[in-house]
Ligand binder design. Sequence first.
Ligand code: ZN
Length: 80
Amino acid sequence: MGELLRLVLVIAAIWFLVYRPRRSGPHGQVSRNSSRSQSCPSVPMLRCARCGVYVPQDEAVTDQGRNFCSREHAALGQRQ
Ligand SMILES: [Zn+2]
């Protein structure tokens, strides 16, 4: 069950990376032509200290020098 949950979280993270709207546009418009050729994201990925899922740096929650995928995991702390 834990493995399945992790898999779903990884897929969700990838989906979010691919489909989330770009923040650079002043009017919130997504330019499909410019974003299509960009193969690798420029945002570095950080590993959650609780569950091991990789999340984009701007989406990660940092607590006491450690990175987490969500506020819930930051509250739970690092897995022993
Ligand atoms: Zn996590």
